[in-house]
Design a protein around this ligand. Sequence first.
Ligand code: COA
Length: 144
Amino acid sequence: MKYELFRPELLNNVISFLDENITERYSPKIFSKIHNLWPEGFILGFVNDELKALICGAIVPSSEKLRILLVIVSPEYRLQGYGKQLMSMLSKVAKNKGCNRISLEVRNESRAILFYKKLDFSNVDYIPCYYQDGTDAIVMEKGL
Ligand SMILES: CC(C)(COP(=O)(O)OP(=O)(O)OC[C@H]1O[C@@H](n2cnc3c(N)ncnc32)[C@H](O)[C@@H]1OP(=O)(O)O)[C@@H](O)C(=O)NCCC(=O)NCCS
């Protein structure tokens, strides 16, 4: 996997990748905003110039907290350590920016919960009807 920071000309690749891999739909504008707020916090993983993984996050203003917005690995590259590597890369840049906590929302009953538990996240909250299809979210956190 070759990692690069997001660039605006890669927006269409990102949108196609999300369409193929998750059900939630986002306005393309959101990704330009995420990128403008914190360019180092939007990392893409390529294999043979094809987008196969991504992670993006935001630093919550005046909270020293990194919020993970999306972390996705293409199905054929899962369970090979790439998700963990992306989380570690983003945590490192956030720590250098002064963050001391990391937080995220995950779909209730998603298998990604097991991934986050492996990375030592704990459940801290529950948000009913958080996702577009009405699924509840579990909020998970850990110290950085
Ligand atoms: C969640 C996701 C990013 C994990 O990526 P990944 O590259 O497969 O994860 P890794 O290979 O780095 O796994 C790290 C650890 O978590 C465990 N793990 C990962 N996915 C798991 C699963 N579905 N069930 C159980 N354990 C899992 C791995 O076994 C590994 O454990 P180890 O360190 O003891 O070996 C990936 O499954 C994915 O893209 N899912 C769909 C999108 C999604 O739900 N994203 C999260 C919300 S945006």
